[in-house]
Design a protein around this ligand. Structure first.
Ligand SMILES: [Zn+2]
Length: 261
């Protein structure tokens, strides 16, 4: 059941224009996410590693709604988390249909004008031999009226917001935790830490968190990295971490923690 914790993993860049808006409108994380008794921090949640590299994706919305935004989302996710990765990688399918009512392991996208967030990785219900896969839910905002209003316009900026947030949330959906949880942040970037330390304390820290790389200021899942206003891009360390997740999926082996410099 632990893996079913809903991880609040919203996207707020270190951009003063965003902070005032996004923080003010961000919902506080559910209380049960802040407990779990885990003192560690992490980059990936090993309990959320997918058992297969092929992951179906579907939309929990009417097929006729947001056609252009859905295509932007799919293109950004496919190019950044599949096409641009060499070697073994996750596949998200050629067609992202409307979701049927079957409750199974896959990524289900819910469109909502609210804070974007995602479950962290593969989700299950039940325990022991009764443990079964259930949907990993990704919530995306396309209108930016009630949340992240700076993303509403102009068109290019809105486009990059949709794409960057989609890639960020999909990274969560395959097991990435926020890079600002890295315990080296206070030392590496004390200014950013001072801004986000409250959110960091309340963020979901994973069921089985593992640090894969040294602190990465350029990560697509790091609030200290302003990812807006340009196309989404995984950093080199993001790609390293992604490859570790894929390898863990293929070998069914818990990733090896980063050993230090
Ligand atoms: Zn996030």
């Amino acid at each position: 059941m632990l893996a079913r914790f809903l991880a609040v993993s919203s996207l707020i860049a270190l951009n003063p224009a965003f902070i005032s808006c996004a923080v003010a409108q961000a919902a506080p994380p559910p209380k049960d996410l802040t407990t779990s008794g885990i003192a560690q921090h992490g980059i990936v949640d090993a309990s959320g590693i997918w058992p297969t590299t092929t992951i179906d994706v579907c939309w929990r919305s009417k097929a006729t709604l947001y056609v252009a935004e859905k295509q932007l989302t799919k293109d950004a996710v496919t190019s950044n988390l599949h096409d641009n990765i060499a070697g073994n990688r996750y596949s998200f399918g050629d067609v992202w249909p409307p979701c049927d009512n079957v409750k199974k392991a896959r990524i289900e996208i819910i469109i909502s004008d609210a804070q974007a967030y995602s479950n962290i990785g593969y989700q299950t219900s039940g325990t022991g031999y009764n443990r079964v896969g259930v949907p990993t839910k990704v919530f995306l905002d396309f209108t930016f009226v009630k949340w992240n209003a700076n993303c509403a316009k102009p068109t290019y900026y809105r486009t990059t917001c949709i794409q960057n947030i989609a890639v960020h949330e999909f990274m969560h959906s395959i097991g990435f935790l926020h890079e600002q949880l890295n315990p080296d942040l206070p030392k590496k970037d004390p200014y950013c830490y001072s801004i986000y330390k409250g959110e960091i304390a309340n963020d979901f820290h994973g069921v089985d968190p593992i640090i894969i790389t040294s602190y990465d200021p350029d990560s697509q899942v790091n609030y200290c990295n302003n990812i807006y206003g340009r196309p989404p891009k995984l950093s080199l360390k993001d790609i390293t971490t992604y490859k570790v997740l894929v390898a863990a999926t293929l070998t069914r082996t818990r990733p090896t923690p980063w050993g230090g410099p």
